[in-house]
Design a protein around this ligand. Structure first.
Ligand code: BJW
Ligand code: ZN
Length: 279
């Protein structure tokens, strides 16, 4: 049943049949995802009630300034999130996206996931063609020599074992820098950091170029579980919409970008995506 939102600049539609017809005809779909796609897996989003760790808002710790000021505290935060992720599984939203990619591939069509998430749940769900805009929780980068590597060890270093508790009154562990995770390159031993993109940092140029190339060629875009406030990702879908590309948003609430999109499907993406993307 079609519906419209009078508050929006254009009349957003929630006409599922019409969206599914466009999906059947699409040659290249991009799914742009954010923290909301993982919410039903129990992963906290950034800008909701769950976006706190101890007394800090998650976004206050996702900065180079926070890491320079207190690498022990920021490592405790990321160590906590790494350990939490080891207990989480993809939900029906991730799975619907992965199944849709598989079907597209078998039909000679293309499907790309561009995610802002660092939780790797799209990979676990079986998606293959993934661009991680903001890095990964399970990669580290040396602050001295720049070496990057995958590191899935738990804990990532001995000093972080049993640290990172999220409760508001837990004191900072104050781990000396020489006991924090270190580079394993010969003769380096520099402090490593999570290989993620913090506020004020440039996105990796190659990653950004890949994302741009996918956005340039897609003819349908799904925007799933993102507040659409963090740039540059926030401008991707509105730019597509302004070029006449169909954009369908899946979110539990409207976002600043919603009014620019043709379709809006309200609800948890683990519930809305399976029926929207089913064969
Ligand atoms: C559900 C759901 C369910 C819940 N189903 N939905 C232009 C203008 C103004 C500022 C800037 C600008 N260009 C750059 C900036 C600065 C900055 C920025 O954007 N600031 C804004 C806040 C204003 N951007 C940057 O610094 C970027 N760098 C850059 O552009 O370099 C060049 C430059 C620098 C400085 C100035 C100018 C140019 C880098 C951004 C890096 C973001 N990093 C983080 C942390 C990553 C590591 C980590 O995870 O720890 O990325 S911050 C955080 O936000 C994380 C996320 O990927 C990102 C986006 O959040 P997301 O995914 O949208 O999550 P939420 O929580 O915000 O939203 C969840 C949504 O889900 C909500 O809508 C819910 O309703 C919904 N939802 N349950 C469906 N079940
Ligand atoms: Zn190094």
């Amino acid at each position: 049943m079609a519906s419209s939102q009078t508050t929006s600049a254009i009349r957003m539609s929630s006409d599922l049949a019409s969206f599914r017809k466009e999906l059947r005809q699409a040659k290249h779909v991009v799914a742009l995802t954010g923290a909301g796609v993982s919410a039903e897996s129990g992963v906290p989003t950034f800008r909701g009630a769950g976006g706190f760790w101890r007394k800090w808002q998650a976004t206050d710790l996702a900065t180079p300034q926070a890491f320079n000021r207190n690498p022990s505290l920021v490592w405790e935060f990321y160590h906590y999130r790494r350990e939490v992720m080891l207990t989480k599984k993809p939900n029906n939203g991730h799975i619907a996206i992965a199944k849709c990619e598989k079907r597209f591939l078998s039909e000679g069509r293309k499907f790309t996931v561009i995610t802002q998430n660092i939780d790797e749940l799209h990979y676990t769900a079986g998606s293959k063609n993934i661009i991680e805009l903001h890095g990964s929780l399970f990669r580290v980068r040396c602050t001295k020599c720049g070496h990057r590597e995958v590191d899935r060890s738990s804990p990532i270093c001995e000093a972080l074992k049993d640290r990172g508790e999220p409760d508001v009154d837990v004191p900072d562990a104050r781990i000396p820098v020489d006991q924090l995770p270190k580079c394993r390159q010969p003769d380096c031993g520099g402090l490593v950091r999570p290989d993620v993109v913090w506020f004020g940092e440039m996105l990796d140029e190659v990653v950004l170029q890949k994302a741009t190339a996918e956005l340039d060629t897609c003819d349908l875009c799904l925007v799933v579980g993102t507040s659409s406030v963090v740039y540059p990702a926030a401008m991707f879908a509105p730019e597509l919409a302004s070029r006449g590309v169909t954009v369908a948003e899946f979110n539990v609430e409207e976002t600043p970008a919603s009014g620019a999109f043709k379709y809006y499907f309200q609800g948890p993406s683990g519930e809305t995506l399976p029926s929207a993307l089913a064969p």
